[in-house]
Design a protein around this ligand. Structure first.
Ligand SMILES: O=C(CO)[C@@H](O)[C@@H](O)COP(=O)(O)O
Length: 237
């Protein structure tokens, strides 16, 4: 049965509208942080109080993105009648985002980029070793590699879920493709995308003059616990 946005409850329609505004605004962070070129990358967020999520339309330039063109999809990746033109297709990664939302109920936001240094590690299919306290803080260990998967069905999503279920990391480097990140909401997922590119660059530079040394696991655990539970102001991180 096709879902029609205007047939949802007023509260659900307001939730969709607010999520569209937020996801459109968060897309600005990808070029601002130099995580994407042209139309690469995408951000999505689950719509509270619904079984829906909002994602970028495929192939639309970042300076043409707005709340009005954010596409609303069901958790199996199907576009609903959302007020956008029928011809406006959701991101080519919609199936991947949908698979994550369907299989990781704790995830509220998903981001994909091709940021240069993180994607270079993905091309080598090499996990980023946990050699920085910022990595312990944000990723709780290495940043893992996910399997090579072609776009178009749920194989990328399946690879993301299978990898991240075995890791504390909110980022996975999909082999030969690039980073996908998750979070409790889209803001957290965008932050993870920014941070994974930062640590990928730092560790790359460090390795040019020697082999960086891994932090002891007990120290990683201690740093991760502090950062996840103490750092920053209450409710923000
Ligand atoms: O890497 C891919 C697909 O995985 C790119 O096409 C992606 O970054 C951007 O695609 P969309 O514009 O979101 O369809």
């Amino acid at each position: 049965m096709t879902i029609v946005l205007t047939e949802l409850s007023d509260q659900q329609q307001q939730s969709v509208a607010a999520t569209r505004e937020k996801v459109a605004k968060l897309h600005e962070e990808l070029p601002r942080n130099e995580l994407v070129v042209w139309t690469a990358g995408n951000v999505s967020e689950r719509v509270p109080g619904t079984e829906l999520f909002v994602i970028k339309p495929s192939g639309v330039r970042y300076d043409e993105l707005s709340a009005d063109v954010m596409v609303v999809c069901t958790l199996d990746g199907q576009k609903i009648v959302d007020g956008t033109p029928d011809r406006l297709s959701p991101s080519s990664d919609t199936a991947a985002h949908a698979y994550v939302y369907s299989n990781m109920p704790e995830v509220g936001g998903v981001v994909h980029t091709h940021s240069t240094y993180a994607t270079a590690w993905a091309a080598r299919r090499e996990p980023i070793p946990c050699v920085l306290t910022m990595m312990a803080d944000e990723f709780g260990g290495d940043v893992p590699i996910g399997p090579f998967a072609l776009i178009g069905d749920d194989s990328i999503g399946r690879g993301i879920v299978e990898t991240l279920r075995e890791s504390r990391s909110p980022a996975v480097l999909m082999a030969n493709h690039g980073p996908f990140t998750i979070g409790k909401d889209a803001t957290a997922a965008v932050k993870a995308a920014v941070m994974v590119e930062e640590v990928a660059r730092t560790v790359h530079i460090s390795r040019q003059l020697g082999e960086p040394l891994r932090i002891e696991q007990s120290d990683i655990d201690s740093l991760y616990a502090r950062y996840q539970n103490v750092y920053g102001q209450p409710g923000t991180k």
